[in-house]
Design a protein around this ligand. Sequence first.
Ligand code: FE2
Length: 239
Amino acid sequence: MVQDMSKYTEEDLEIWNYLFDNQYHNIQGKVCWEYLDCVQQLSSALNPHEIPNFNKLNALLHLKTGWSIHIVPGLIEPDEFFNHLKNRRFCSSTWLRSKDKLHYIQEPDMFHDIFGHIPLFANQDYADFAQKIGEMAHHWKHDEDKIAQIQRLYWFTIEFGVIRRKGELKSYGAGIISSIEEVDKVHNQIGEFREYDTIEILNRPFNIDTVQPTYYVIDSFSDLYESLNQVELIFSNAA
Ligand SMILES: [Fe+2]
């Protein structure tokens, strides 16, 4: 699939501009500095003034960490999704929510996928963590239980992860960063915040339809990457 830039309307641009401006302003002081730094690094292709052109973003990302965006029509099967991660490709939609659904969407749109997810792929430790999750999922693709555990790990980090900085909680998960309500919820410490615990996360089911009751807090992206060694050990001992 390719991104047809000619299909975006003036209204799409207005929506993108509103969402980007509003949320970029809202997340200041509430998200990790790495995210904000990555947005700056990608700003020639990721800004409020133009619908992001994936080719331009890919050229920048590729230079930094070798990642690129793979266009999907919507949600895809886990093994396909993880296979793209393994190959340093993040799946994104090209559609944008409508004006009457600015704050709630049922399926991830381009604002969630691009604004929420893409910037941190310019950070090496984060990008390596995501790639290794994909690699592990590929290795265990015939083991349903392990795939479910890897999905939990993905959920509590890449989607809803929180990092501690000088005693304060900052969001890094894309599900939080792309949601006005959720980024404030974490900032105001509403919910349960637990220390990142690999074994606990692997065994903790999540619900995609409700507000997150629990978040896991890491200290650094390099710790996060290192934690995958423990996962590998647990998986091979259980095999
Ligand atoms: Fe997501």
